[in-house]
Design a binder for this molecule. Structure first.
Ligand SMILES: Nc1ncnc2c1ncn2[C@@H]1O[C@H](COP(=O)(O)OP(=O)(O)OP(=O)(O)O)[C@@H](O)[C@H]1O
Ligand SMILES: O=C(O)c1ccc[n+]([C@@H]2O[C@H](COP(=O)([O-])O)[C@@H](O)[C@H]2O)c1
Length: 218
């Protein structure tokens, strides 16, 4: 940004572009980083904020790690410069994305926000509260996800928003509504799989399993 010499005010040649990747991050993983970095490059974003949810309204509380743990996990995959873990949803007391977006647009009027989701969330979008309001207020970038991409492109949200689909390069040319599938290789990581692997590693080994593996229980 430059200072306008005649008015002395900050020029508005290009509003700062911020991608918002909301998630539970229970825990954060390589798939999140992959999605954020592809969106950053493809849409020429200045930053991506990893918005750690205080509690996804559609997910059970059971099995959800404490907020501080999930925030710390998102901080580990961030770089503190372009990829930033954020606790702002907890700070403003919101967990519905349409409201979060509205509040962020009030707090940062000079920013241009892009809502980033994986294809599984495009499929699920009609279940979000006020999802049409969200789509009306911001561009949405959808990233491919194994098992979900084709299905989501034929889902209810994609079909209702069909006429607003854009090429990724044109996503930020005009205002919302606008959405695009950002081309990227599918990344297989999932928090569910990581939690399952951690639970399996922590589970005690049954004597019968040891015998089958040729080991004597101690
Ligand atoms: N491997 C991936 N590819 C594409 N999008 C992803 C991937 N992993 C996560 N995302 C997207 O990142 C956002 C946050 O995801 P979230 O924190 O729920 O991770 P998750 O792996 O989907 O978790 P869980 O398995 O617990 O549902 C969502 O929009 C989700 O679609
Ligand atoms: O606004 C809603 O109704 C809503 C319902 C489900 C999920 N979301 C948001 O979708 C994002 C992805 O959630 P998750 O748990 O799949 O990582 C996260 O920011 C959630 O707050 C939002």
């Amino acid at each position: 940004m430059r200072t306008d010499r005649t008015t002395g005010r900050w020029g508005d040649r290009r509003r700062i572009r911020i991608g918002l990747l909301g998630g539970s991050f229970n825990p954060a993983h390589d798939g999140h980083r992959h999605v954020a970095l592809h969106a950053l490059r493809a849409l020429r974003l200045d930053q991506v904020w990893l918005l750690v949810s205080p509690g996804n309204p559609l997910k059970p509380r059971a099995g959800m790690a404490p907020f501080a743990e999930r925030l710390a996990s998102a901080q580990k995959i961030g770089d503190g410069v372009r990829l930033l873990a954020s606790d702002i949803e907890a700070a403003i007391g919101q967990r519905y994305s349409a409201r979060t977006l509205q509040r962020l647009q009030q707090l940062f009027p000079r920013a241009r926000f892009v809502w980033i989701i994986g294809a599984d969330n495009l499929w699920q979008l009609p279940r979000w509260r006020d999802w049409r309001r969200l789509a009306a207020r911001t561009a949405i970038a959808v990233l491919p996800r194994p098992g979900w991409t084709r299905r989501a492109l034929h889902g209810a949200a994609a079909s209702r928003l069909r006429r607003y689909r854009r090429d990724p390069g044109a996503l930020l040319q005009d205002g919302a509504p606008a959405w695009a599938l950002v081309p990227a290789p599918e990344h297989p990581a999932s928090a569910t799989a990581l939690r399952q692997a951690a639970a399996a590693a922590a589970a005690p080994v049954a004597p019968e399993q040891l015998r089958r593996a040729g080991l004597q229980p101690g």
